[in-house]
Structure formats: structure tokens, C-alpha cells
Design a protein around this ligand. Structure first.
Ligand code: AMX
Length: 436
């Protein structure tokens, strides 16, 4: 058993009695009330999911295992000469709740190395798809196609497992799957946009470093991607990609089925696809003003044109957050250091000054501040990844770290199949006292 798996086994044994006790002794204690607007409005704010991996405070933003983004960036071990931490170390933190030592990070790197070979049939599948297929469709299909490798599904079919060791097979699937995602993502990119010139993996590199190498982009893109994958990893359990992955896994579907489903949710324009939408929107803005740098007044007018045509301003607003997303701030700080004079970055900075005021005047969005997606495309663009329909795949690789850590714990703690109850409109009208 790997040291990471051993550590996890110990943590799970310690944690299980807490969950059992809450259900057995305090199962009837109320957590919150539910209103009609929550029932109709996408369950907004209803407290009905459990995760210890991250927590999103509306005003502070995300904490991973209790650590803020600056703390994570400072405390996790980094590759020599690099600004950003190892992605493997972040995954260790998400899974165990502990900041790993350099040695513990190296063990995860070795684990991924052993598991990173992508089966040939995945490449064959990708190559058989029309080249204009959206990269998220390719990515999700590649993940799903590997379901035949699932150790959980195989052991379940053989009747080998009992409930207490389900998680061990889930862990094996999660590690197998995560190790392959950078190569699949980079392969899609090079096949689709770079004249079908995939670059083989370099086994001596870490997750972020190898991804940058396979994308064919020089330093500091490796640091960009370490930062990017860490920032996008987890945002507690209620967002569409995390919730979908959890929901599908709750039926005892394996990690391949579950992650593929979560990625399909991430591909929606109100969720992960917003990073592509932001770049598209900014390109439309630039096209409108030609070579001239738009003024703040121009930006304001462009925002109103967007809103008046019934569209949302991509990259702004959030279902939970009520301030600037610290994931936006982390990327802004990186951009201020590495690309302060970039024209696109300057437009993004001007938008930061303009959009919140416009959205406040518009009076609809509960949160007028930027989210993670308002910034991520600009940095990618600067380092040469200009095919913006690929951006959500980058988000997907990062998000996999969080959702896969979560479903490992879901299975360890025996969370049951998810099954909320629906009501009819008639029933709601009766509850509201409109109808007798
Ligand atoms: N531009 C224009 N209108 C907006 C808006 C924006 N950026 N954000 C919210 N609104 C509107 C909503 O469409 C809604 O309008 P309606 O009453 O006519 O239906 C109203 O404001 C209230 O919405 P809300 O409660 O503030 O937000 P929500 O929880 O329903 O939705 C989100 C959250 C993110 C989907 C929404 O803010 C949005 O569409 N933003 C733009 C897309 C985006 O950036 N998505 C990425 C989010 C982060 C992520 O998941 N990657």
C-alpha cells in the first residue's frame, strides 16, 4: 500500500465514527429551513451536502482544508526554481487535510508516474471524432471510454468488496485517472489546434511541468498551469461539476462515469465554459474598436449593449460569493508581475473598474464582482493558448483534483445514494396558501 493510501486509511478510520454518531444520535436536528424560492431557484443556499475538503465563505472566498489561497501557495512544497507549488502536493492536501513534506510529494509524483500511460484506444477514439468536436466533448468522452479500466467496477462485479473497503478501489481508480488527465488534455490540444503534433510525456516532470511540456510552451507556463490547476481544483460541493460528480458517484458509479458526468456540467456557459465566453466577449469588444484601446466609457457602453440584448456579462457574478473571487485576485497578482503591459490584461483591469458599477446599476446580479473566469483566459492568451474553446479543458483537469478527492471520501464515509424529493406546482400553491 502506498504511504498516501495508508495515511488516508488512518484518517478514514478516525473520521467514520463522527459521521455515524451525527446520523445515529443527532439525525433529527434541523440544519436549515427551505423556502419556495429555494425550491424553484436551483436549491440555492440549501445546506444539504457535506464536504471537509473545501469551504466557500461568501465574503472570504474559498479555503482548501482550512487554508486560504495565499496560505496554500506559501505552504505547499514547490519544484526547485519555481514560483508555484506542486499540483501533487495540493492533491495530497485535499485528500488528507495535511500539508505534505517534499518527500510525501515525491511519493505522489512516483504514484502518478506509474499510472500515467494512456491506453491506445483513447487516442484512437479521439482521432475518430470530427476535428470540430468541442474539446470538452472530446475530454469527457476520453474519460468515459476508460471506464473499462475501473478497478471498482470490476471488484463490484466479482462481489469482492464489502462497504468498508469500497473506498480503496475508488482510490485506485482516482489515482489511475488523475495521472492520465494532463496527457489527454494536451493531446487534444496538439491534435486539434497544432497540426496534429502531439508531444510525448516527459516522465521526469511533475504534473504541471509535464503538462506545459506536452502543450509545447516554455517557462513560466509550467507555473501558470500549477497555479491554474490548484485554483480551479475545488469550490465546495454545490457547484454543478462537483455536485454532478458526487451525485453520479452516489449510485456507486465508478470514478470514470462520475468524472465524465461532472465534466459535462462544467461545459455549460454559466459554469466552466464562462472562461471561453469571457475571451470571446473581449475579442468582440476589440473587434468593435479596431486598433484603438477602448476607453472606460466605451467599455461601459459595451457592457450595457450586452445586458440590453439579454445576455450576461461573462466572468462576473456568483451563486455564493459576494466579493471579488480570491481566485481572480491570485491570477491578477500573477499578471501584474508577469504581463503588466499586456493590452488584454489592461482591458481586463479596466473591466474590473467598470463592470461592478454597471451590474449594480442594472440591479439584478446579487454579486457584481468578478469570478475566477474573468481572468483565466487572459493569462492563457498571453502565453500563446489562443484557442479559447480549449480553456474549459484546463478548468476540467484542475477540477478533477477536487471532485475525485471528494468522491473518495464520499465512498469512505458511506454517503448514500442521493435522492431529494420533488413537489408539484399545485403543492407549492397549497403551501403558499394560494390554492385550497
Ligand atoms: N451579467 C448579467 N446578469 C447577471 C449576471 C451577470 N454576470 N450575474 C447574474 N445575473 C442576473 C441573473 O441572470 C439573474 O437574472 P434573472 O433574475 O433575470 O434570472 C439575476 O442576475 C440574479 O442572479 P444571481 O442570483 O445573482 O446569480 P445566480 O446564482 O442565479 O447565477 C451565475 C450565478 C454565475 C450563473 C451568474 O452570475 C452568471 O450568469 N454569471 C455570468 C456567467 C459566469 O461568469 N459564470 C461562471 C461562474 C463561475 C464558475 O462556475 N466557473
Amino acid at each position: 500500500m502506498s504511504k498516501l493510501k495508508e495515511k488516508l486509511a488512518k484518517k478514514i478510520e478516525e473520521h467514520r465514527p463522527r459521521t455515524t454518531r451525527l446520523v445515529k444520535e443527532y439525525g433529527d436536528v434541523k440544519v436549515c429551513d427551505v423556502t419556495i424560492s429555494q425550491v424553484i431557484g436551483g436549491m440555492r443556499g440549501i445546506k444539504c451536502l457535506v464536504t471537509d475538503i473545501s469551504y466557500l465563505d461568501p465574503y472570504e472566498g474559498i479555503r482548501f482544508r482550512g487554508y486560504t489561497i495565499p496560505e496554500v501557495m506559501e505552504k505547499l512544497p514547490k519544484p526547485a526554481g519555481c514560483e508555484m507549488p506542486y499540483v501533487e502536493g495540493h492533491f495530497y492536501l485535499l485528500l488528507t487535510g495535511e500539508i505534505p513534506t517534499e518527500e510525501e510529494v515525491q511519493e505522489v509524483i512516483e504514484e502518478f508516474k506509474k499510472r500515467k500511460q494512456v491506453p491506445q484506444y483513447v487516442y484512437d477514439l479521439l482521432r475518430s471524432m470530427p476535428r470540430d468536436t468541442h474539446p470538452m466533448t472530446m475530454f469527457s468522452a476520453a474519460v468515459l471510454s476508460m471506464q473499462r479500466e475501473s478497478k471498482f467496477a470490476k471488484a463490484y462485479a466479482e462481489g469482492k468488496m464489502n462497504k468498508f473497503n469500497y473506498w480503496e478501489y475508488m482510490y485506485e481508480d482516482v489515482m489511475d485517472l488523475l495521472a492520465k488527465l494532463p496527457e489527454i488534455g494536451a493531446y487534444i490540444y496538439r491534435m486539434k489546434y497544432k497540426g496534429d503534433t502531439p508531444i510525448p510525456s516527459n516522465p521526469d516532470l511533475d504534473f504541471g511541468g509535464d503538462f506545459a511540456h506536452m502543450m509545447g510552451i516554455d517557462k513560466p507556463y509550467d507555473d501558470v498551469m500549477r497555479m491554474y490547476f490548484i485554483l480551479h481544483s475545488d469550490h465546495e460541493s454545490g457547484n454543478v461539476s462537483a455536485h454532478t460528480t458526487h451525485l453520479v458517484a452516489s449510485a456507486l458509479s465508478d470514478a470514470y462515469y462520475s468524472l465524465s458526468a461532472g465534466l459535462n456540467g462544467l461545459a455549460g456557459p454559466l459554469h466552466g465554459l464562462a472562461n471561453q465566453e469571457v475571451l470571446k466577449w473581449i475579442q468582440d469588444l476589440r473587434a468593435k474598436y479596431g486598433d484603438k484601446m477602448p476607453t472606460k466609457e466605451d467599455l461601459e457602453k459595451f457592457c450595457w449593449d450586452t445586458l440590453n440584448s439579454g445576455q450576461v456579462i461573462p466572468g462576473y457574478g456568483h451563486a455564493v460569493l459576494r466579493k471579488t473571487d480570491p481566485r481572480y485576485t491570485a491570477q491578477r497578482e500573477f499578471a501584474l508581475k508577469h504581463l503588466p503591459d499586456d493590452e488584454l490584461f489592461q482591458i481586463v483591469s479596466m473591466l474590473y473598474e467598470v463592470v461592478p458599477g454597471v451590474l449594480e446599476k442594472h440591479g439584478k446580479a446579487k454579486n457584481p464582482w468578478p469570478n475566477v473566469d474573468a481572468h483565466s483566459g487572459v493569462i492563457q492568451w498571453y502565453y500563446g493558448v489562443r484557442e479559447y474553446d480549449f480553456y474549459t479543458v484546463l478548468f476540467g483537469i484542475g477540477r478533477a483534483l477536487g471532485v475525485l478527492a471528494n468522491i473518495t471520501w464520499d465512498r469512505a464515509l458511506g454517503y448514500p445514494i442521493e435522492r431529494p424529493k420533488s413537489v408539484t406546482t399545485d403543492m407549492l400553491e397549497e403551501i403558499a396558501g394560494i390554492k385550497k
